[in-house]
Design a protein around this ligand. Structure first.
Ligand SMILES: [Zn+2]
Length: 427
């Protein structure tokens, strides 16, 4: 434990929001827009800033072999397993300033408070600022957290960014050794659990007039590339001889939306390309993406089977051919009863409403680093209200009172876990 300087004020909500603004200034876009991708100069700059704040909070710091910025405050005795706190510092293009960032800065501020109070916990505290959650640069999400979880895939080295730089070469340019990436992998024995604070990215807390909520589980997504092939031809071709791939894709996209609504799932077609893409030529080929997510993997997978049958039916009626290729699959990640319990205790303590009631639990339809960390240890997440549920957009917004409440709740959650840990599992 580092001795805190009593003359220095602790990092409160206003200072956390100032740090969010400072991180937002490290962007590869101009005009105040934010984009910060994995292994970029901006990534290096925000790691250096985070490392400084971690050291101010009393932590020893290091950047791991995958470019994640890490810090550690020892517990009652050196070398204890750690409670891992964190989120990510990378962004989507034209991002907001809180998605991921708020979670890292909340974690650092809470460690600073616990260090300043001179508490010795029955576990160490570690903070991790993951370098890649969004997958903006290489198209595959959770690279940072999967390196830590030890689920890195060698096939990723050949992934390229939009200018053709491979992940392998980006590692080297960042000063990392690709051959050493396994050194970033931690083990289950290293951790007692993982807690993450994140903006909700949905309107449920706002609609319920609540600043904070508990995540029950994180929906797992499956993503597909779907290619429908017909026959390109002159736009004057009569109806009897047309095999229009775009008309087939359009019918399929609307049918997928209807099926997913009826099944209480979320389906998004966010990308569509048409070939040859000319005003007077029938589309010979249409390619589109599908992102499918739901509360339970079994429901989602059953819906996908129905979608596949639907695609076959639509295409055979229209004389088209369909091919599907899965590009991503993640199981739903469930937050543990124990960590949901400590987050509930934290929210109640911050509310001053210690009546034993359970604060609102929400399903996260968005993916988070916690999904990757769940491979190693139990996970828990605290959601913070964001204005209008808007995220991945410059309008992303949180309030200072909500952030203050989140800091109090997150600290109280860590201390609640420490109390329970001492009772159940003396270190
Ligand atoms: Zn995020």
């Amino acid at each position: 434990m580092t001795t805190p300087d009593p003359s220095k004020p602790l990092t409160g909500a206003a200072a956390v929001l100032e740090r969010c603004d400072e991180l937002a200034s490290h962007s590869s876009l101009s005009d105040g827009l934010i984009q910060r991708v994995y292994l970029s100069p901006e990534h290096a700059a925000v790691n250096a800033l985070a490392a400084g704040w971690m050291r101010d909070a009393g932590m020893a710091t290091w950047q791991d072999a995958a470019g994640n910025q890490c810090g550690r405050l020892e517990g009652a005795t050196p070398g204890l397993p750690a409670l891992l706190l964190g989120s990510h510092l990378d962004t989507v293009p034209s991002a907001g300033r809180y998605d991921g960032i708020l979670g890292v800065l909340t974690a650092i501020a809470v460690v600073e408070r616990i260090n300043a109070d001179g508490r010795s916990l029955p576990f160490a505290l570690e903070v991790v600022a993951f370098g890649d959650e969004e997958g903006t640069r290489f198209g595959t999400a959770l690279l940072g957290s999967r390196a830590l979880a030890g689920t890195w895939l060698d096939a990723w080295w050949e992934l390229t960014d939009e200018v053709g730089i491979t992940l392998h070469d980006a590692f080297v340019a960042f000063g990392l050794d690709p051959a050493a990436v396994t050194a970033a992998a931690r083990t289950s024995n290293d951790f007692v659990g993982y807690l993450e604070t994140h903006i909700e990215q949905g309107p449920v807390l706002e609609e319920n007039d609540l600043p904070l909520g508990i995540v029950s589980s994180i929906a797992g997504a499956r993503r597909f590339q779907i290619t429908i092939t017909g026959k390109a031809g002159h736009s004057g071709t009569p109806w009897t001889h047309r095999r229009d791939a775009l008309a087939g894709a359009s019918e399929a996209i609307v049918a997928i939306e209807r099926l997913a609504r009826d099944a209480d799932l979320i389906a998004t077609v966010g990308h569509l390309e048409v070939f040859p893409d000319a005003v007077n030529v029938i589309a010979g080929r249409a390619e589109f993406s599908l992102d499918l997510r739901g509360r339970f993997d079994a429901d989602r997978d059953a819906a996908w089977q129905r979608i596949e049958a639907l695609l076959e039916e639509i295409c055979s009626t229209r004389g088209l051919h369909v091919a599907v290729h899965q590009t991503h699959a993640a199981p739903a990640a469930h937050c543990s009863d124990r960590l949901r319990g400590v987050i509930a205790a934290g929210i109640r303590a911050a509310d001053g409403s210690d009546d034993g009631s359970t604060p609102l639990e929400l399903l996260s339809m968005a993916g988070h680093d916690a999904m990757a960390v769940a491979h190693l240890t139990e996970i828990g997440m605290l959601f913070v209200r964001c204005a209008g549920g808007v995220s991945h957009h410059p309008d992303e917004s949180v309030t200072e009172p909500d952030v203050a409440r989140a800091l109090d709740a997150f600290e109280a959650a860590v201390l609640a876990l420490a109390d329970g840990h001492t009772l159940q599992d003396p270190a």
